[in-house]
Write a new protein. Structure first.
Length: 231
């Protein structure tokens, strides 16, 4: 697998050093910036495979960095946040983050999230054969093109939301446990993924609610998981 070049935008020297050491130990290329503006500049000039972006930066809000970056690039971004409120995470995901890590996070957690991005980058061009188009009510998913349509209009979803939609739609009608979905999306079954999953389902539901059809596509099974209903 190609060695990823990763840009870290983080003002805390200790966290930056930990990430750099971890990445270099595991064979990743690493560059770092201590502030938003220099980070943004590096991201656009060096075009890294992945950006790890701290939300609390000295010169500008990390969300602002993320939005600026998204105007110009689709490179994967994992947001690092000390903020525990779900709304901040939703905001980061809505602004185009692919994933987030809440501080303090473990080295293993960081590496696992990076591997998820790495796998996604590796399989983007080689989708599994099988059903090519999924239609359910106003929702249409073109697996070949990686496109989602609602009422015939293209619907913007983040890469993580798309993976969730694929897992749910390919298993439409079945109740899927948090563990199952977590394994499908992240390749592991960590308890902490349940919180991430809730955030992704929330943002995805909000987008699907824009449909003229008021019925709910994703059913919650409290304490168990989710099911995509066949409408
Ligand atoms: Ca910070």
């Amino acid at each position: 697998m190609k060695k990823l070049d990763i840009l870290v935008i983080e003002d805390d020297p200790a966290v930056r050093k930990l990430i750099r050491t971890t990445l270099e130990t595991h064979g990743y290329g690493c560059e770092s910036a201590e502030a938003g503006e220099t980070g943004l500049m590096l991201a656009l000039s060096r075009n890294p495979d992945l950006v790890l972006l701290d939300l609390g930066l000295p010169d500008m809000d990390g969300l602002e960095v993320l939005r600026d970056l998204r105007e110009k690039s689709n490179m994967p971004v994992i947001v690092l946040t000390a903020r525990s409120e779900v709304s901040d995470k939703i905001q980061a995901l809505d602004s185009g983050a692919d994933d987030y890590l809440t501080k303090p996070f473990s080295v293993e957690e960081l590496l696992a999230r990076i591997r998820v991005i790495q796998r996604r980058l590796a399989v983007t061009q080689t989708r599994l054969p099988g059903e090519e188009v999924f239609v359910n009510g106003s929702l249409k998913i073109d697996y070949m093109q990686g496109m989602v349509y609602l009422d015939g209009e293209p619907l913007h979803v983040t890469p993580s939301e798309y993976r969730l939609l694929c897992v749910l739609s390919r298993n439409a009608g079945r109740v899927l446990t948090y563990r199952y979905i977590s394994r499908e999306i992240w390749g592991n079954e960590w308890e902490s993924n349940i919180a991430s999953l809730r955030v992704f389902v929330t943002t995805l539901r909000k987008k699907l609610e824009k449909s003229g059809d008021s019925r709910s596509y994703i059913q919650t099974h409290v304490g168990v998981g989710y099911r995509m209903l066949r409408l």
